[in-house]
Design a protein around this ligand. Structure first.
Ligand code: RB5
Length: 151
């Protein structure tokens, strides 16, 4: 599936990287919905991660991208939303592997961990790489089955 629209959010720790990723999205013609602060005052990441994740599960956007200082808080919060498979990625190998193997629909990045150049490469690869299915489908299905078994 070609990605044509993403939801993107950051907390205060990820504003600059969020803006740099948005420049990339604009340069390749991917539309976006943006959430998160313009000013550097502290904001809490959980609500932002959940807002983006709900956009994804409600199919208002194709994928989500989340940025905080480490990417960890955002990824933990996103993975609480039923139907979300969020990966915190800091290298290009994982960027394609997590699409091919895990069919991740949300990407988390740590703005205090990686620079804008690597982040752009990760975003590009993650957006362009297809899910392989096959032997991975049963594994991803086990995660979905567990989610479905919960109230
Ligand atoms: C905010 O200080 C920081 O905790 C947040 O950006 C993120 O790294 C949380 O996981």
């Amino acid at each position: 599936m070609t990605v044509s629209k993403v939801a993107i959010a950051s907390d205060h720790g990820g504003i600059e990287l969020r803006k740099s990723i948005i420049s990339y999205l604009e340069s390749v013609g991917i539309s976006y919905e943006e959430f998160g602060p313009e000013a550097p005052e502290s904001v809490d990441y959980p609500g932002l991660a959940i807002t983006v994740s709900e956009k994804v599960v409600n199919q208002e956007v194709d994928r989500g991208i989340l940025v905080c200082g480490t990417g960890i808080g955002m990824s933990i919060a996103a993975n609480k939303v039923k139907g979300i498979r969020c990966a915190l990625v800091g290298d290009t190998f994982s960027a394609h592997a997590t699409r091919e193997h895990n069919d991740t629909n949300v990407l988390a990045l740590g703005a205090r961990v990686i620079g804008p150049g690597l982040a752009e490469d990760i975003v590009k690869i993650w957006l362009e790489t297809a899910y392989e299915g096959g032997r991975h489908a049963n594994r991803v299905g086990q995660i979905t089955a567990y989610e479905d078994s919960q109230a």
